[in-house]
Design a protein around this ligand. Sequence first.
Ligand code: SAH
Ligand code: SF4
Ligand code: F3S
Length: 451
Amino acid sequence: MPKRFFVKSYGCQMNVYDSARMGDLLRSGGHVETSDPAKADIVILNTCHIRERATEKIFSELGRVREIKSERAAQGHKTQIVVAGCVAQAEGAEIVARQAAVDIVVGPQAYHQLPALLERGNSLPTVALDLAAADKFAQLPLPERADIRARGVCAFVTVQEGCDKFCAFCVVPYTRGTEISRPVSAVFSEIENLVASGVREVTLIGQNVNAYHGVGPDGRTWTLGRLLSRVAKVTGVKRLRYTTSHPLDMDDELIEAHRDVPALMPYLHLPVQSGSDRILARMNRRHDVKAYLRIIDKIRKSRPDIALSSDFIVGFPGETDENFEATLALVREVGFASSFSFKYSARPGTPSAQATDQIDDQVKSERLAILQELLEEQRQAFNQATVGRELDVLFEKPGRHPGQIVGKSPYLQAVHVERRVATIGDLCPVLITSAGPNSLAGRLVEGKAAA
Ligand code: SAH
Ligand code: SF4
Ligand code: F3S
């Protein structure tokens, strides 16, 4: 019998992608998506475990969903609650112990089993946590044209999943499992399907995407650099991006792709986490500050207009004032267009959670505020510097005011154009006329096609 399902996604872009794939899977079985959990026969929370607060959010949300379930039960409707994603993988059966209303716990590599798990009914909670990602992809249906269109002109495609880096603070290697790469042919068919339905920009995603080493049609192992060049040629996609990368896997082929592949956008998210060699070593990042700066230098030589972004953690165990100052110094030296920064959160099962020199929360908050002020200054300066420049904008959606249309610059900045002279999906040159705190405004350069 067709059912209504509701999916809510937390955490990173891969969860957004996975949620979409779960949706495709359920729709292919005749089920229908709803945006109202109170009307759903199946409620799926696709969860994130990266920091303590992310996990806690899930348990409070589960409390709310449980109430919906009992209200619906009073009206004679059955509701199945599914916990998917990284909390599912990390906490497994404990979730059911903590929240008895949960029917199914399914890990990030097992969600292709969802239809069978739902079918089985729910006299007892079911926990599916196998960790072989390759099987999952082979069993997922490609999305339908109408569903792709509904999601817009920008899409994510997972090409790599899992991580073997084992940074001392991070749960991802345990929740996503060991690193795998999808075969080139699978990536091509997914992107061709998206492009045929109007997608203009594709972001290749992976927990550690530049460790990509998928099997090519020639039987050889392809790097991400090679994959990006061929995807640009074969599929005709207008814009390409990739995220997230680890500095150690930034090889020459990838750096050269930034010079040689016009569709590859001049924007690179390359997390460094800390500017202190001592902390980087304790984080098990396996590179020092000098190595990071060397990579940045190479990338800038290859693509001089590249914009950079990073993730930072403050208050990692043992971080001194001096170590924190070194992070600020690195930020000043590199200059970032945009960044994410977090207070260190001790995660169960990770090596650094056991460290005896944990940093006081007050100190973490102070450091975070100082770092965020500097990063925000740099972001605003970067945005201001685009005023007066002509940037290609890919239009994605209508703006808030009538007639307004919004898109993205090559540097991921939101750009508003007042007069609706372009259509969604158009890639047009725009003269940037002003920079607000969170977006740019501009006007279309008439009579000129985007480069
Ligand atoms: N390589 C991954 C990183 C995932 S986590 C990716 O591709 O996205 C994203 C960011 O969260 C990390 O770069 C790190 O800055 C932050 N993070 C991870 N574990 C953390 C922890 N225990 N406490 C605080 N921040 C953390
Ligand atoms: Fe986590 Fe490090 Fe792997 Fe990124 S590279 S997912 S931070 S272990
Ligand atoms: Fe969170 Fe898992 Fe992504 S822990 S950040 S949802 S890989």
